[in-house]
Ligand binder design. Structure first.
Ligand code: ADP
Ligand code: MG
Length: 259
């Protein structure tokens, strides 16, 4: 049975999509079969693979709304073992539609049920909010990875996020333990990165795993989407590529330890 992991943080620009895309590609390179689910109406994960979001016939939205079977909406990417359930702007209406349903929070979980056994990992890229889509992402996921940007106020909003995860666990009886927290956009030339890492350690104590792998600020990671490729297909030797491969490896090792 596959494991579903949501990449979550209500802050925009902290590296969620970059992490979802490049962690998914790294795991696929390690022979894991992966489904990346783009749950952001902005569809940055979708376009990161060179997929024209405007021309898409089937999307995660058409699957959620029952217009098409999920298996028909899933498409292969240029990376072997890596498939995507793409998104586009049509997903933007889903928040309002879903909130009318009694069981609005389990829609994504139920949608993914039929494909869970096909993949080793399902990785969900979420939008920058704590709304209905994110709640669905939490309920659908077995665990979460939180990317945190190495900047001043890095921890701002983290309490709200942790609180939301707790509320979903308690009220909806759907625990999504934190698999790990990953520091992104790290600049080794400044003291700030190290300070934020120390702050994270202090904040989460020994309770949560903070990935030893940090993701450096690397121009290749920012450029790759405009070429419609994950970084590993754009510049295999870049620091960005290497850091996400290392993160994938650390994640797999962590799972072995916890088994
Ligand atoms: P989010 O999905 O959380 O909004 P993104 O992954 O889209 O964040 O990242 C925001 C912007 O920062 C994007 O333009 C992305 O290319 C860039 N970016 C993300 N991570 C890195 C990194 N490690 N190095 C350089 N640029 C990055
Ligand atoms: Mg994003």
């Amino acid at each position: 049975m596959g494991e579903t992991i949501a990449i979550i943080n209500q802050k925009g620009g902290c590296g969620k999509t970059t992490t979802a895309v490049n962690l998914a590609a790294s795991l696929a390179m390690m022979d894991k079969s992966i489904l990346l689910v783009d749950m952001d109406p902005q569809a940055n994960a979708t376009t990161s693979f060179g997929i024209n979001k405007v021309e898409l016939e089937n999307t995660v939205y058409s699957a959620i709304s029952g217009q098409v079977n999920i298996k028909k909406a899933i498409i292969p990417t240029m990376v072997k073992n890596l498939f995507i359930l793409p998104s586009n702007i049509s997903l933007s209406g889903v928040e309002v539609e879903l909130s009318k349903l009694d069981n609005y929070h389990i829609v994504l979980k139920e949608l993914l049920e039929s494909v869970k056994s096909i993949f080793d990992y399902i990785i969900i890229d979420l939008p920058p909010s704590l709304g209905v889509i994110t709640i669905n992402g939490l309920v659908a996921s077995d665990s979460v990875i939180i990317p945190i940007q190495a900047e001043y106020f890095a921890l701002e909003g983290v309490a709200d996020l942790v609180n939301t995860i707790k509320l979903v666990e308690e009220r909806l009886r759907s625990p999504s333990p934190i698999k790990g927290i990953v520091l992104t956009l790290y600049d080794s030339r400044t003291r700030l990165g190290k300070e934020v890492y120390t702050e994270l350690k202090k904040y989460f104590g020994d309770k949560e795993h903070i990935f030893k792998t940090v993701i450096p600020r690397n121009i290749r990671l920012a450029e790759a989407p405009s070429y419609g490729k994950p970084c590993i297909m754009y510049d295999e030797d870049s620091r960005g590529t290497k850091s996400y491969l290392k993160l994938a490896k650390e994640m797999l090792e962590l799972e072995k330890e916890n088994k």
